[in-house]
Design a protein around this ligand. Structure first.
Ligand code: PMP
Length: 398
C-alpha cells in the first residue's frame, strides 16, 4: 500500500523517529496536537462539540478584542504581511521602534528589543550575555527557551533548587564573589503558578557580581500595578538587569521582548544571533501587541476580571480537595502525581466539555504529573459553572 511505502523508515534516523519513546507516548496518551474547527470566545469546537478552553494563555482575553483585530488589519494595510528580512540588514520599521519605546516605558526600563517569539527573546538574552568564563546560575524549573540559550553558551552552568534563594546562596558560596555571574529565573513559573522570590534572590546575590535575567512571560499583564509585571510587583525594576517576555500570553499576539538599559539592549542587538540572522516581527503581530498594551493601560477591567475569576476558580478547586501546588497566579496546575491518573482526569474533563493540558514528566518533575489549567478574563459565569461540574465529575472518576 502507498501509506506503507511512505511510512517505511529509509535510514536509521528516520527509524529512530518512528521508534522514539516520546512520540510513542504521545500516540498512547492523546491530549496533544488536537485540531479545533472554530473558536467562539472562550470556547473551542472540535468534531462539532464545544469545549471551555481552560489552558490558553490568553490571560486578559484580548485575542478577540475588536481593537486588537482592527489593529492587526491596520498593520497589514500599512506595511504588508512581512518585513521579509532581519532588522540589522533590512532596517527596522517605525512600528518596531515605536513599540519598543512604548514597552520600555511601561515596564520601567530604558530600552527594549522585540522579536518574533518569546522563545527567541529568552534564548537570545542568555546566549548574548553569557560568555566563556562566566557562571550561569539557573533555577532548575525555568522554561525550555532559557535552557536553549544556556545550551548555546560556553559558560559554566550551576542549577539551584526551584524558587529557593537559600539553595542559590549555598551554590554561590562555592564561587569567587568577583567572578562574573548571570542569574536566570522567572517572574511567574507557568507550570507551577509560583511567583519568583525575586527580592530574596537579589538579596542573596548582593556583592556577588551578579547580572539578573528574569523571564516574565507569564507575569507581564498579570502581575504588578496595572499588569506591569513581576519586577513592578516587587518594585525591583532597577535591580533586574534584563526582563524578557512574550506577546503570546496577556498580549494576545505572537512575539517577544527583552527590556533593559540602553547599553544592554544595544549590546543584545549586535550579539543575538537569533536577531541578526532572523526576520523581524511581522506588522500584524506588532500592531496587535501594541493595541493590547494600550488596552491593558486604558481598560483595567480585564485585569480585574482575570483576578476575580482566578480567585473563584482556585476556591472551587480547593473545595474539591485538589492539590494546586500552591499556585499564586492564574496559571493553576492540578497535581495528579502519575501519568495514568493525569490522563484519566484529563479525559473526564474532556467528556464534560472542558479542554485542558496534561503535562507529564519529563516536562514536569517526576511525581508531579499534572493537569495544567489557566484562567482568563474572558471566562464567563457559565464557563465557570461548566468547569465546576467537570471538575467534580473528574474527581469522582479518579
Ligand atoms: N517563557 C515561558 C515561561 C513560556 O511559558 C513561554 C511559552 N510557553 C515562552 C517563554 C515562549 O513564549 P512564546 O510562545 O512567545 O515563544
Amino acid at each position: 500500500m502507498l501509506s506503507n511505502f511512505f511510512s517505511k523508515p529509509k535510514n536509521s534516523i528516520a527509524k529512530r523517529c518512528r521508534d522514539d519513546e516520546v512520540t510513542r507516548l504521545r500516540k498512547r496518551y492523546n491530549p496533544y496536537y488536537h485540531t479545533f474547527e472554530r473558536q467562539n470566545g472562550s470556547r473551542v469546537i472540535r468534531d462539532g462539540k464545544e469545549y471551555v478552553m481552560l489552558c490558553s494563555n490568553d490571560y486578559l482575553g484580548l485575542s478577540h478584542h475588536p481593537k486588537v483585530i482592527e489593529a492587526a488589519k491596520q498593520g497589514l494595510d500599512d506595511w504588508g504581511s512581512s518585513t521579509t528580512g532581519a532588522r540589522l540588514a533590512n532596517g527596522s520599521r517605525k512600528y518596531h521602534t515605536e513599540l519598543e519605546e512604548k514597552f520600555a516605558a511601561f515596564i520601567g526600563k530604558e530600552a527594549c528589543h522585540i522579536s518574533v517569539a518569546g522563545y527567541i527573546s529568552c534564548m537570545s538574552s542568555v546566549q548574548s550575555f553569557a560568555q566563556k568564563g562566566d557562571i550561569v546560575l539557573v533555577d532548575k524549573n525555568v522554561h525550555s527557551s532559557l535552557w536553549a540559550g544556556i545550551g548555546l553558551t560556553q559558560a559554566q552552568v550551576e542549577r539551584f533548587a526551584h524558587n529557593n534563594p537559600a539553595d542559590l546562596k549555598e551554590v554561590l558560596s562555592f564561587e569567587k564573589p568577583e567572578a562574573p555571574k548571570i542569574v536566570v529565573f522567572e517572574g511567574v513559573y507557568s507550570m507551577e503558578g509560583h511567583i519568583g522570590r525575586v527580592p530574596e534572590i537579589i538579596e542573596v546575590c548582593r556583592d556577588q557580581n551578579c547580572f539578573f535575567i528574569m523571564d516574565d512571560a507569564h507575569g507581564f499583564g498579570v502581575m504588578g500595578p496595572g499588569g506591569r509585571g513581576t519586577a513592578a510587583h516587587f518594585g525591583v525594576q532597577d535591580e533586574v538587569d534584563v526582563i524578557t517576555g512574550s506577546f503570546s500570553k496577556s498580549l494576545s499576539s505572537t512575539g517577544g521582548f527583552v527590556a533593559g538599559s540602553k547599553d544592554i539592549i544595544e549590546y543584545l542587538r549586535t550579539h543575538s544571533k537569533q536577531t541578526i540572522f532572523s526576520a523581524a516581527i511581522s506588522p500584524p503581530q506588532a500592531y496587535a501587541a501594541s493595541a493590547s498594551l494600550d488596552i491593558l493601560q486604558n481598560e483595567p477591567e480585564h485585569h480585574k476580571r482575570l483576578w476575580e475569576n482566578t480567585n473563584r476558580y482556585k476556591e472551587m478547586l480547593r473545595n474539591l480537595g485538589l492539590d494546586i501546588w500552591d499556585s499564586e497566579t492564574p496559571a493553576v496546575p492540578i497535581i495528579m502525581g502519575q501519568k495514568e491518573k493525569a490522563y484519566r482526569f484529563w479525559q473526564a474533563l474532556l467528556e464534560k466539555g472542558v479542554f485542558s493540558i496534561m503535562s507529564i514528566a519529563p516536562a514536569v518533575p517526576p511525581g508531579k504529573d499534572l493537569i495544567r489549567t489557566s484562567m482568563s478574563a474572558r471566562h464567563t459565569e457559565e464557563d465557570l459553572e461548566i468547569v465546576a461540574e467537570a471538575m467534580a465529575y473528574a474527581v469522582k472518576k479518579i
